[in-house]
Every structure is written in C-alpha cells, then in structure tokens.
Design a protein around this ligand. Structure first.
Ligand code: ADP
Ligand code: MG
Length: 236
C-alpha cells in the first residue's frame, strides 16, 4: 500500500442542509484517508450522516466546506457536470434497493455505465457477460431483474459497479433488503473481489457482524467520527 497516496482523502468535511426550518448541520468535520485495496465499513446510528458522507465521496453531492481529494485530484469545487464525469470514470455504486432497470436484461443493466464512454456495443456486452460470470450469474444474461431473487439482483448491481473498472466501489446498505444468509453471501462476494481484484470497497452497514468482517471500521455518530480503526478492535 502506498501510504502517501490515498485514493480518498477527506479533510474537515462539513455539510449543512438549508431547510424550511433553518440550516441543519449534518457533517461536523469529517477527516479520513482510504488507500487502494482497503475494505472499509462505515457504521453509525440512523441519521448520523453516513449517507450524506457517502454522497460526497460518491460525487453525488458537494460539501459545504472542507477538502475532498479523489485519486490525487481536488474535487471539492467541481461543477455538477465535472462531478458526473468523475463519478462515471472512477466510482461504482451499489444501493440497498439495487436500482436496476426492471425491463432490461442483465447484459443491458450491467453494460449501462459503458454507454457514456464511446465503447462499441459488442465490447460492452462482452465485458458485461464476463462480469456476470464473475459474480456467479453465468447463464442468466438474458433474464430481467424481476425473474431474480434479491441476492441475485444485488450481484447484478455489483457487476454493474465493476464494469467501468472503478477506483472505488461505494455500497450504501447493500444488504439492507436481504435476509441474513444472503447478506453473508453478498459480503463474501465483496471480500473475494477485494482480495482477488484488489478493489477498494467502502460499505455502509448498520450490521455489526458484517462490519467486523472487513478490515477497518469508521463509525459516525452525530456527524463526527467516533471510531476509525481495525474492525476487530471496534467498540461502540
Ligand atoms: P444515515 O445515512 O446515517 O442514516 P443521512 O446521512 O441520510 O443519515 O442523514 C443525516 C441527517 O441529515 C438526517 O437527520 C437527515 O434527515 C438529514 N438530511 C439528509 N439529507 C438531507 C436533505 N437533502 N435535506 C435536509 N436534511 C437532510
Ligand atoms: Mg443512510
């Protein structure tokens, strides 16, 4: 691990939302560095700011103040168009609700992020097929998501997250809609991808047993980091 070159570096990130009842401070100064190949679990109570933080790391939203460096580039003050391009090139997303296109087959779902990159359809489809195989869905290429179980749908979403060769995969409660056995299987898949492909993964979860299987836990409480360290030493 090149300790001096983090993939992600947040310094003093603050985020407030302007609402009808006033300004609500949500993130109150978040700082951490994440290096290539890490598998990090982000924990914390509901409403503590986990998704807000991940939306900033995912270039889906901008911080109110603070500095965010992604893959060596300062993205703190980018326009939304610039953020969209960074997002497509460097990040892969996995969500609790899978976010698949229900009427399109699995090849189309997985290859979608490549459409914006000017890659030919045959090359896109070939890559999607390879990744579906990688996540254990060989033979299901022409199925549509509604024909699949929740765990299979999440595998499709993981293949889609991988298709653009991202620097980092961001997963927000990826097992939130899955039973405990399927959750464990999805976690095993993440662990395998992390180990064999050296993919950097940041996973939000409120399930402590799952978080403890990663190498590092960042716990957010009331908009601040209350723990950042080895998963096996984590105390709430
Ligand atoms: P978590 O993911 O840890 O459950 P969130 O980051 O989603 O928490 O939310 C943290 C707090 O910020 C919550 O109180 C939530 O209501 C508030 N919040 C999130 N997004 C917005 C928004 N767009 N406008 C106003 N408040 C928001
Ligand atoms: Mg959340």
């Amino acid at each position: 691990m090149a300790k001096d070159n983090p993939v992600i570096e947040l310094s003093g990130i603050k985020k407030s939302f302007v609402t009808g009842v006033g300004i609500i401070p949500v993130l109150k100064g978040i700082s951490f560095k994440i290096y290539k190949g890490e598998f990090v679990a982000v924990m914390g109570p509901s409403g503590s700011g986990k998704s807000t933080c991940m939306n900033i790391v995912g270039c889906l939203d901008s911080a109110t103040s603070g500095k965010f460096i992604l893959d060596g580039k300062d993205v703190s003050a980018k326009t939304s168009d610039e953020l969209a391009e960074i997002r497509n090139k460097k990040l892969g997303f996995v969500f609790q609700n899978f976010n698949l296109l229900g009427k399109r087959n699995l090849i189309d779902n997985v290859s979608l992020p490549l459409v914006y990159r000017g890659i030919s359809k045959s090359a896109r489809d070939e890559k999607a097929k390879k990744l579906l195989d990688r996540v254990g869905l060989k033979g299901f290429e022409t199925y549509v998501p509604n024909q699949l179980s929740g765990g299979m749908k999440q595998r499709v979403a993981i293949a889609r997250a991988l298709v653009g060769d991202p620097e980092v995969i961001l997963a927000d409660e990826p097992t939130g809609n899955l039973d405990s056995k399927t959750s464990e299987e999805i976690l095993e898949l993440f662990k395998e991808l992390n180990k064999k492909m050296n993919i950097t993964i940041i996973m939000i979860t409120h399930e402590e047993e799952l978080a403890r299987e990663t190498s590092r836990i960042i716990n957010i409480k009331d908009g601040m980091i209350s723990y950042d360290g080895k998963s096996n030493k984590f105390r709430k």
